[in-house]
Design a protein around this ligand. Structure first.
Ligand SMILES: NC(=O)c1ccc[n+]([C@@H]2O[C@H](COP(=O)([O-])OP(=O)(O)OC[C@H]3O[C@@H](n4cnc5c(N)ncnc54)[C@H](OP(=O)(O)O)[C@@H]3O)[C@@H](O)[C@H]2O)c1
Length: 352
């Protein structure tokens, strides 16, 4: 592969140069430096990406120290890159990479920010794209899929064999994570209850959950009970959701909006982690007295898990749900739309 030719082609990347509103701080850098792939990395030409709420949060300063320490954004304060999902074509692979070759269509939710024309991603974080999906459709899936997968499969221990006996509650079902989780659990035969605002009820019907609770009309505990596994992405309904779980029956509660990052932002790394660990331990203990498991869930970049998601998509169990596609030049509008809370399905960026 002619790396020089690849590197000399246009390289654009979404960057922000201060924390603040999208229209003021976001730009598409035309002079971004292309990455040089390491021995274990795959160089990908990105043709589609997506916007997730965490992109908007990072742009506003959320997790600024932690993301830098983890290498998810650059070492300098600014400019910073964004993006958690990408789909594209392999351009080259490092010397130690097995299983991928130039020309293959891949997707990923990598550790490093990935809204750029060229990205170098550790091969362990990449999977082949599902056959039959466009790049735009593929880019809508990895981040939300791996968040739901790591919670439901990794933490709650669900699989195709066990899920059909379970009663699952998924809050904010019209969101990206929620709608993937509903599809996966319905495909595996579980009873699925979900929650949303009134405006999302009709949209959610297409995913065929067993019960939709409009939480603006009916309190969740009045509508749902005897839950085995709850996947919660609400900020304010934790106690209501916990009250729906079975007691002394090994039920699991996972929230993907833990306070950990906000505590670190407020109190610094050491004290923030100490407070977060203390809060988590207290919750785990309180729920263990009721015979339940309590978790904070986090997306994990994981190519092997994403390959399993690929199989479910190819078998027709799960389909992409896209609300709007924005061209790369309109990245600020895409952020504003994400922040509006109006989206029904994913917000995708055409990088081609
Ligand atoms: N821990 C992790 O690794 C991880 C990974 C992915 C996501 N997350 C977090 O989980 C949450 C859900 O993620 P997602 O990708 O599913 O989000 P999303 O697609 O943007 O959906 C969010 C849902 O939240 C509700 N909402 C209400 N007011 C909103 C507002 N002003 N802005 C945005 N949403 C609003 C909406 O549901 P209703 O109107 O029906 O209430 C919407 O369907 C986010 O907070 C995200 O940061 C965490």
């Amino acid at each position: 592969m002619d790396l020089l030719r690849i590197f000399n082609s246009d390289m654009r990347a979404v960057e922000f140069y201060a924390y603040g509103p999208a229209s003021q701080v976001l730009r598409v850098a035309e002079d971004a430096l292309p990455p040089i792939p390491g021995a274990s990395e795959v160089l990908i030409r990105v043709l589609a990406a997506s916007v997730n709420p965490v992109d908007c949060a990072i742009r506003n300063g959320y997790g600024k120290d932690v993301f830098r320490l983890k290498g998810q954004v650059g070492p300098e304060p600014f400019p910073q890159r964004l993006g958690r999902d990408a789909a594209g074509v392999v351009q080259a692979v490092g010397a130690n990479v097995k299983g991928f070759q130039a020309g293959e269509r891949v997707y990923c939710a990598p550790t490093k920010a990935c809204q750029a024309n060229l990205i170098a991603v550790d091969a362990s974080e990449v999977a082949h794209m599902p056959a039959g999906l466009s790049f735009l459709e593929a880019a809508s899936l990895p981040f939300v899929a791996l968040t739901a997968w790591s919670a439901l499969v990794g933490q709650a221990g669900l699989d195709e064999a066990s899920a059909h006996q379970k009663r699952i509650l998924i809050t904010r079902g019209a969101g990206g994570v929620g709608s993937f989780a509903i599809q996966l659990m319905k495909a595996w035969g579980a009873y699925v209850a979900t929650t949303c605002r009134s405006r999302h009820v009709d949209y959610l019907r297409q995913l065929r959950p067993d019960h939709i609770v409009d939480y603006t009309q009916t309190p969740i505990p009045e509508a749902v009970s005897h839950i085995d596994v709850a996947l919660d992405s609400s900020f304010d309904a934790q106690e209501a959701v916990l009250s729906t779980l079975k007691t002394h029956a090994g039920a699991s509660y996972i929230t993907i909006v833990s306070p950990k990052m906000r505590l670190i932002d407020e109190f610094g790394l050491k004290e923030g982690v100490r407070r977060a660990d203390a809060q988590l331990a207290e919750k785990v203990h309180a729920q263990s007295l009721l015979g339940r498991h309590y978790y904070w869930g986090f997306m994990k970049p994981d190519g092997a898990a994403l390959a399993k998601v690929t199989q479910r998509i190819e078998s027709g169990q799960i389909r992409p749900l896209i609300d709007k596609v924005f061209p790369l030049e309109q990245i600020a509008l895409a952020h504003e739309y994400c922040e509006s809370g109006e989206a029904q399905g994913k917000i995708v960026i055409d990088m081609s």
